[in-house]
Design a binder for this molecule. Structure first.
Ligand SMILES: Nc1nc2c(c(=O)[nH]1)N[C@H]1C(S)=C(S)[C@@H](COP(=O)(O)OP(=O)(O)OC[C@H]3O[C@@H](n4cnc5c(N)ncnc54)[C@H](O)[C@@H]3O)O[C@H]1N2
Ligand code: MOO
Ligand SMILES: [Mg+2]
Length: 625
């Protein structure tokens, strides 16, 4: 028999306020557990006699948790607060009056008061909901009257595969709600499983409901979700390296601002044909020519590279092309020289604005600011420049087994490497990282940490908890507790299949969530493939994609059924194209395969053209890291 879960909902104002002890609910749990109905666990909950709360609890158990049987106890009489049947009728899709009739008929044999019972029964999707009276005795009697038919009823209703499907559909559908049943109820107690689970383990989907996207499709989805960056901030030049310029920089001054010598030598008049020339006072860089000094026919002025050309001169002759004819006795003054070369007008002189004209755009908006670009900004006198804001990226690890390096490992534990890789990768690429720490695999802790990350950061990168295990809670938490939109939950690639991308509105802003797989190589590779281009786009980069070149294989590689991103080093740059060599065993857990890797070799899946491997010399795409 397929595993089943049940729920017992106690409806009572007094019990819910703690003014009375709930005896009927626990008694029904006992009866269910001692029956042969085969329930693995029984959820319990107590709500006041409020139709909305009753309805929400029933919807939660039927749609989200996919329980097979829900018994309510209480709220079925004639008093004005008795509204359980009304709430139940709102929830059920199909009536099951026979059960109610049988229970009431049999109860009449015990007490005529059974006439005042308004028990309702019915089916919602694959959940049978039965109202029972509020008294412990009455509820037990009615349960026992219904019991003989229940096993068969549940078999008829249940269809495990459809239930699994609907659990997941409703996960998606109700994930968008923030009201009532979509939220986490801390009052929910469970028996036989922990409250952080979203449904009993045996009812977990046996196939992921998320379609497998190609890497290309997934990347397209990510990039489409990211709006063009518009916000800028003023930064000092020294704090702007690797940032993207938010507004074009236009030269307000010409450069050079004066006609400047290109050589160390003499400022001359090019048309002067005198064989001997008197040497005037020198002009060196940083000085302005002595006032009134002018080069006349028969004279030259000593000049250094970068110094302003004195009046009258129109060319510079380098010192190597001159001969000294006379100097002072102590050698501190040159008096006469001879020019040995033919001089052209303008020779070795940079005219005003010849490097940068006034009004010229020296840097376009969207330029990535490397050292030279910062220098250009400086050369036109900018001290502070407008750059696009960069995202703050929160990084968090998940997993009960994961602990910080430095602590002692208890049995079953491992050290957290992912957070260190991801934070370093964020920072190395010029983005701001925020360390959120490690969240154990519980719904509460995940909610707490994710909320902390989303509060401050623009992007949240998590690792672990996105695959098919019962402790893989990231996706359901994102959907249920954050009303996140999961844009994809699986990618056809190795490593990184369960890579998940979601967005969520927080404080009026769109936040991106990359829930990367836990395996250390998987999280690193998927960060490279999906997160980095996204961060670059968020930071205003004009070309956010990773750089891909062609390369050839040094050795044979076997192909995987999934397109694979093998870690390689460039072993020979001299071949055309360069040759790459694998970093060894490519298992997703082996971070050593990342050590020293210069790129990711993109290998096609095995079944493309029936190939099982690629031979030495074959050409592949190489994504540079
Ligand atoms: N039934 C299936 N099982 C798995 C599938 C599948 O398709 N069906 N996919 C496998 C693939 S592919 C991957 S990748 C992993 C991804 O798993 P999760 O994202 O759920 O990650 P965890 O289960 O939490 O951890 C996986 C692995 O990584 C270790 N880990 C986790 N966090 C860290 C960390 N911060 N530092 C170092 N190592 C970490 C963890 O201990 C596990 O060994 O799922 C496969 N399963
Ligand atoms: O895709 Mo997983 O990343 O193979 O190990
Ligand atoms: Mg897992």
């Amino acid at each position: 028999m397929a595993a089943r879960s049940a729920g017992v909902l106690t409806v009572s104002d007094r019990c819910s306020k703690g003014e009375a002890n709930d005896t009927s609910g626990p008694n029904l749990v006992r009866l269910i557990n001692s029956s042969k109905l085969g329930f693995n666990d029984v959820l319990t909950k107590c709500v006041p006699d409020e139709a909305e709360l009753i309805e929400a609890a029933l919807l939660d158990w039927a749609d989200r948790a996919g329980l097979s049987l829900v018994l309510t106890t209480g709220g079925t009489g004639f008093s004005p607060r008795d509204v359980t049947p009304e709430a139940t009728k709102k929830v059920i899709e199909r009536d099951a009056p026979g059960l109610s009739i049988a229970m009431i008929t049999k109860s009449l044999e015990v007490t005529p008061m059974a006439m005042l019972s308004r028990l309702t029964s019915g089916i919602r999707r694959s959940t049978l909901i039965i109202n029972l009276p509020g008294s412990k005795k009455g509820a037990e009697e009615c349960f026992n009257f219904a019991l003989p038919s229940l096993s068969h009823a549940l078999d008829l209703i249940s269809d495990v595969s459809s239930r699994v499907d609907h659990t997941h559909n409703s996960m998606q559908v109700h994930g968008g709600h923030t009201c009532g049943h979509g939220k986490y109820h801390s009052t929910t107690k469970t028996i036989g499983r922990t409250k952080e689970d979203f449904y009993p383990v045996a009812m977990r989907p046996r196939q992921s409901p998320y379609p497998l996207l190609s890497v290309h499709e997934a990347l397209q989805v990510v990039m489409e979700k990211i709006p063009e960056q518009q916000s800028t901030e003023l930064r000092n030049l020294e704090d702007a390296l690797d940032r993207v310029l938010g507004e074009s920089i236009i030269a307000s001054q010409p450069f050079p601002p004066f006609p400047a010598s290109i050589k160390d030598g003499y400022a001359v008049i090019s048309s002067d044909s005198s064989t001997e020339r008197d040497v005037l006072a020198p002009v060196t860089a940083g000085e302005s020519p002595q006032s009134g000094q002018c080069v006349l026919i028969g004279t030259v002025a000593r000049i250094t590279t970068g110094a302003p050309l004195p009046g009258g001169a129109d060319a510079v002759v380098m010192v190597e092309n001159t001969e000294l004819l006379a100097s002072s006795d102590d050698g501190t003054v040159e008096k006469k020289i001879k020019i040995l070369s033919n001089v052209q007008s303008g020779e070795d002189v940079r005219s005003v604005g010849s490097d940068i004209a006034k009004g010229e755009t020296v840097l376009e908006r969207g330029t990535v600011l490397g050292p030279s670009e910062l220098g250009l900004a400086a050369s036109v006198g900018m001290e502070r420049i407008n750059v696009f804001k960069t995202p703050l990226v929160a990084v968090m690890s998940t997993g009960n087994e994961v602990v910080d390096p430095g602590s002692n490992l208890a049995p079953g534990q491992i050290y957290d490497s992912n957070r260190h890789v991801l934070l370093a990768a964020v920072r190395k690429n010029g983005f701001k990282g925020l360390d959120i720490g490690i969240a154990p695999d519980t719904r509460e802790k995940l909610v707490e940490k994710i909320a902390a990350g989303l509060e401050k950061a623009d992007v949240l990168v998590t690792s672990g908890g996105v695959s098919m295990g019962e402790k893989d809670l990231l996706k359901p938490v994102l959907v249920k507790d954050f009303s996140a939109n999961i844009h994809f939950g699986r990618v056809f690639m190795k490593p990184g299949k369960p890579t998940t991308f979601a967005t969520v509105e927080r404080n009026g802003k769109l936040k991106l969530i990359f829930a990367l797989p836990g395996n250390p190589v998987s999280s690193t590779v998927t960060f490279q493939l999906f997160v980095l281009p996204a961060l670059r786009k968020l930071a205003g980069h004009p070309n956010p994609s990773s750089v891909t070149i062609k390369a050839q294989l040094k050795s044979r590689v076997s192909l995987d059924p999934r397109p694979e991103y093998q870690r390689v080093v460039i072993s020979d740059w001299s071949t055309v194209p360069p040759t790459v060599e694998s970093t060894g065993l490519q298992r997703s857990s082996r971070l050593l395969s990342m050590r020293g890797a210069t790129g990711l070799a993109v290998l096609p899946p095995m079944d493309e053209g029936g190939k099982t491997g690629m031979e030495p010399g074959e050409i592949i795409d190489l994504i540079l890291m």
